[in-house]
Design a protein around this ligand. Sequence first.
Ligand code: S3P
Length: 751
Amino acid sequence: MFAKTCIIGLGLMGASVAQAMRERGLSQQIVAFDTYADTLSMAQELGVIDAGFAKLAQAVAGCDCVVVATPVGAIADVLDTLAQALAAGRLPDDCVITDVGSTKAGVVAAAQAIRVAHGIGFGQFVPAHPIAGAEKSGLLARNGQLFVHHQVIVCPTPFSQAAAVAKITALWQALGAQVSVMDATRHDAVLAHTSHLPHLLAFALVNQLAAHDDNLDIFRYAAGGFRDFSRIAASDPIMWRDIFFANKTALLAGIEDYETQLARLKQQLLTEDSTALLADLCAARHARRHFGHMLASAQHRNDPTMSQPTQRYCIAPADRFTGTYTVAGDKSISHRAIMFGSLAVGTTTVTGFLEGEDALATLQAFVEMGVNITREGDKVTIEGIGMHGLKAPVKPLDMGNSGTSTRLLAGILAAQAFDSVLIGDASLSKRPMERVAKPLRQMGASLQTTGEKGTLPISITGGKTLHGIDYAMPMASAQVKSCLLLAGLYAEGSTTVSEPEITRDHTERMLRAFGYPVEQNGNRITVHGGGTLTACDLAVPADISSAAFFMVAASIAPHGDVTLPHVGINPTRTGVIDILRLMGANIRLTNTRDVGGEPVADIVVKSAPLRGIEIPLHLVPLAIDEFPVLFIAASCAEGETVLRGAAELRVKESDRIAVMADGLQTLGVDCTVLEDGIRITGKGAARYVFGGGAINSHHDHRIAMSFAVASLRASDTITIHGTETVNTSFPNFAQLVSRAGLKLDVEQDDV
Ligand code: S3P
């Protein structure tokens, strides 16, 4: 990549860059400048560098790559010397220069001043910030793997040349990092909150405890909380002093916000306001859990190929799948419970709420818009704030992996008085959003899908008056229908949506449960704007989409017999039962009853020989989420199964036709991909339908769970990569299927 690289400053960062470049053969020669002669000679002895220089100008002469790894406070002086070298021709014009400073606006300002002072373009300079700190410092703490799977934020100056940005990006990527590009000011504002403030607080807390008379005892008995909280106070004080000063304005704003939070908690304690305190703690816990998942999957967002999942299932062959299991709460109903409960008048209680990341993304969004929501496990209490009570969120609403949250919320947000932005993870950011944006615009909303292909982020301008429309949906989508009905609640006049095929009707049912009239005329659904929602108590049934994995598992297992209590059997969702029965499955519904406007039953499934079928077109939307696992059933059926009319599968959390076909072929199943479906040649009664192999879930929970089920007819171990997304819809999937008989190990990828 480079002929001669100069590292300026051989602390942890500089020495790690040198070591990593050396290990990966990225530069023929590596030299360094450092103010300590001992460090230079030691680095040379250790083979980290080829030569060391005590004079900066000498060190950089003739280098085509320069990495400035000094403390932030020294970067400006170093850049000045580099500018002189460029002006004098001692550094080649096509060299590139980067730095590793933790604050960026000051560095960009210094570069701008130097550029003017020396009359040079300085386009070679591309500032960067590797977020890969460690509490250790110095040459001896260097680590050639320090940047692997870590983020590096590149903050080009207004005058950075595109070629230099590309080269510096390639350098950090070659060191194993995931690179994102950000404006320097934004970088500093973000880092003030996520890094600088926590460090400052950690230093403060340690000082506070150390100042106590009984400090020895305090430290001796310090529990995990103190250990976790104070870990970063062991970091380099000089470096942090420099960072705090360099990012003073943003950091001071962060401190003020923090003081407000503390004052609030203090007041709640003083006045023994247990409800308010609990509400704040619950809100924080929701946020932490929600963002915990996002943090874990951040690398997926930054890596468009999503080739570095964080968790995998290793599943050995098994032949038993038995027992009684209450599967996760219904995802569609859980989303809607939060939305309707928030917009209602009064307090709504929800039981059986899905504690999965998708439903929590919806919950978190409403918390961020000022709704008081408390949750204890699957019990949620929502203090409704009425149709017009939502407050402007202070930052973009992160929908994670959830299409339902995004599309339904778009309908609500389009009608609010405030502006908002919706963002999501890599998978969600590829999914089509114009399908809701276009009809919402027809209603008078102002919103933009700012992604490349009508995708996220969605930017919504509030304050628009919506008017009802009569909209014929071009695709069978409950999300689009629900989005428009929700916007219709706020619109002048009536909003009618007609669907080309029946889709799930949870929105219509729940509107009625909240006392909002909905008219249904054949395939036409109408609401009149201006009404109110009245709080109610909801019991969310188990999700038939989650039950589907158990239904197929019990059907194909040599010894299969499961009972699944309290599963939602809304007729707009039971396509999977109809299809499995057409294939010969042994499924019995018992104890059928109605709970809060939704029919539920206990489902009993036993092993049965399956046969291939042509899936009736009208059942496709009624089983739209269950096809991945139905493909597993089809592989175990006698003869051919053909699915058509299912192009929608291509725009789910992954392209479920392509990704399933890939996985099936990996495991030795013969299938042909069709434009809008798939043809699968089943292996019938064969004990082993699948071989072993490695499957990439493509960040799609249902792909991951489907291939886990395949292990009941597999001859060898199946490894499924990227299974952390199972948390979006079925957090205890691994535990339940293990109890039922799967030999499943959850392993963490080493990142
Ligand atoms: C859902 C609708 C369906 C489904 C999704 C949940 C809903 O999506 O796939 O998992 O809750 O409305 P489409 O509307 O895109 O078909």
